[in-house]
Design a protein around this ligand. Structure first.
Ligand SMILES: [Zn+2]
Length: 363
């Protein structure tokens, strides 16, 4: 009896130790493993545009790929929801392999770095995923959908101040960056994060931006009645466009289908559903704003052990390819519309991605 008791105490103690080590490794501002390629001409931090974020869990690197000749400026945003792995990895591929010849590409791989520092609270996907690159083993981080509760309390009274309304009645969604746009300088930390990104978009005169996301796969057979009060929708394989740019988005999707054989749905921002990047960035600035959704097995409720890298049907290379090719096709269509060129090399073709492992497209 005594021995059994001791064992129980020991194992509880052991578990606590393991958990402590885990928190030390991943709590706070986690160190980011980003290996910029030769196409990156300079780098800034979000705090360069919003100084209060200096030395906080919200500061995050921004990479610039400046062409030799002027042209259009586009922004790729990964990591709005750090549990949507393909978004941040598509952004990493741009930073590590892209080389802009004409125009300018700006990339934020981890938009909500606070949320990246939290383990996935929705589906319990592991926080680090091993891949093999030419330089050896590296780990892709996988975080949570929302800002770390250590950085923003759920009961922060400021969560009720967004004019949009319904999502912010839910304390949890108040920590969701993609409900916080266009942000507020005196708002919650997550609203300030959205505000900082808007300031950066204005300061850099960005002409179009794509916010990379993932959603449950088409194989999700458990039907949810609601998604924060709205009927559940199938989001994977969708491009959402600000109403100002729907026509351009439609043309880009036709090109996308020809380019990859992947059919994407087109949706226009619902103007009553406030706080989302595709609606609010386009409305608050001169930047045409879009959002892409790829299918992530890590967001299917019925899967017990989702493989977010090598799933047979929805491998990471397929999902990363969707974001990269939608971005390039949008860039081409917008570039033609504005009469401002854009040429980028090094971004892998969809077919090439499908033939390889993701590690081949990172440094
Ligand atoms: Zn998302």
């Amino acid at each position: 009896m005594l021995t059994q008791f001791r064992l129980t105490v020991l194992s509880i103690f052991g578990l606590t130790l393991v958990q402590c080590l885990f928190v030390v490794a991943l709590g706070g501002t986690i160190e980011l493993d980003i290996r910029p390629g030769k196409g990156v001409t300079h780098q800034k931090m979000l705090s360069d545009y919003y100084p209060p974020f200096k030395n906080t869990n919200f500061d995050t690197p921004i990479f610039f790929l400046q062409g030799e000749k002027p042209g259009i400026t586009g922004l790729a945003i990964g990591g709005t929801h750090p549990n949507e792995l393909a978004g941040q990895v598509a952004a990493l591929v741009m930073v590590e392999k892209g080389e802009v010849r004409v125009g300018r590409l700006i990339v934020i791989p981890y938009a909500n770095r606070s949320a990246l520092s939290v383990k996935d609270t929705q589906y319990g996907v592991a926080p680090l995923h091993e891949i093999l690159t030419k330089t050896g083993i590296r780990y892709l981080p996988y975080g949570d959908r929302r800002t770390d509760i250590k950085d923003q309390q759920q009961d922060d009274p400021r969560v009720y101040t967004n004019p949009g309304g319904y999502t912010l009645k839910n304390g949890k969604e108040a920590r969701n960056l993609n409900r916080a746009y266009p942000g507020k300088v005196d708002g919650t930390p997550t609203e300030q994060l959205a505000y900082a990104i808007i300031k950066m978009i204005e300061a850099e005169s960005i002409e179009f931006c794509v916010d990379f996301h993932e959603a449950r796969t088409l194989d999700e057979h458990k039907t949810d009645k609601t998604d924060n009060g709205y009927p559940s929708r199938r989001l994977a394989y969708t491009l959402v466009s600000n109403p100002k740019a729907t026509e351009l988005a439609a043309i880009s999707l036709l090109d996308m289908e020809e380019d990859t054989g992947v059919t994407m749905k087109l949706e226009e921002s619902n103007t009553r559903y406030r706080g989302l990047s595709h609606l609010e960035i386009g409305n608050a600035t001169n930047c045409l704003s879009f959002l892409t959704e790829s299918p992530n097995p890590g967001q299917d409720k019925w899967r017990e052990d989702a493989d977010v890298i090598n799933d047979m049907k929805y491998p990471l290379v397929h999902r990363v390819g969707i974001h990269l090719r939608v971005f390039i096709n949008l860039a081409n269509v917008i570039s033609e519309e504005f009469g401002k060129p854009f040429t980028v090399k090094g971004i892998p073709e969809y077919e090439a991605l499908l033939k390889g492992d993701i590690g081949m497209f990172l440094n």
